[in-house]
Design a protein around this ligand. Structure first.
Ligand code: SF4
Length: 216
């Protein structure tokens, strides 16, 4: 099974190329003396229940005001923060979450040692957000499972399971390689948008040879 998972990874990588996810504006952080890991944490909260293009608009607003950092988020009022992140939706809830997370994870070096359990105890951080923060901001080997991942795994491998079961299945069947984890998650998302949509477009799908449920 591990071979099958690696084969899927290699096929997707060959087809779509490296995704280099998570995107951060390194230049912005160099100019303003902030830490790019903070942008990843902020993005991980903002992307809950919304498309990435909406997150980008909210991040742009924060950058325009030079507030894309934990310090920036903590120093403005809740109302100001709500206005800036409004494009990402659920802005009342997300502004509160951002304040809590920015406080709890300051200084950002905490990402190097915070445990998954500690992250999950922070209000507004669920499993998917915790693992995205640990993997992409903390460079730690936790595989991120999302709805796209679940859908593809169910179709390609006929495998269903809880979040934790699927996460462990990925981690047990892949080399403990952080770059691979980062790329693979991003590739699965890419694939779910292009071919393995809600209604799959199987014709031309790069996984058609290994998939257990292609629509012929
Ligand atoms: S063959 Fe169809 S169902 Fe299988 S992975 Fe490709 S798009 Fe999804």
């Amino acid at each position: 099974m591990g071979d099958g998972l690696l084969k899927v990874y290699e096929t997707l990588l060959g087809f779509y190329g490296e995704q280099n996810w998570w995107p951060v504006d390194e230049e912005y952080h160099l100019r303003h003396g902030s830490d790019p890991r903070e942008e990843i944490v902020v993005g991980a909260i903002l992307t809950q229940n919304t498309a990435w293009k909406n997150v980008e608009r909210a991040l742009e607003n924060l950058k325009r005001e030079k507030l894309l950092s934990f310090e920036g988020i903590l120093k403005i009022s809740l109302e100001e923060l709500q206005e800036l992140i409004r494009p990402a939706g659920y802005y009342r809830q997300k502004s509160q979450r951002l304040k809590v997370v920015a406080r709890e994870l300051s200084p950002v070096s905490k990402l190097e040692s915070v445990s998954r359990e500690e992250l999950l105890r922070i209000k507004g951080i669920g499993r998917e957000t915790a693992d995205a923060v640990l993997l992409y901001a903390g460079n730690r080997p936790y595989f991120v499972i999302d709805a796209y991942t679940k859908r593809i795994v169910e179709r390609v491998f006929r495998r269903e399971g809880s979040y934790e079961e699927l996460r462990r299945w990925f981690e047990d069947n892949l080399p403990k390689d952080i770059k691979l984890y980062k790329e693979f998650h991003a590739l699965l998302d890419e694939h779910a948008k292009h071919f393995c949509r809600k209604k799959p477009v199987c014709e031309g799908c790069p996984l058609i040879q290994v998939c257990t449920q292609p629509l012929r």
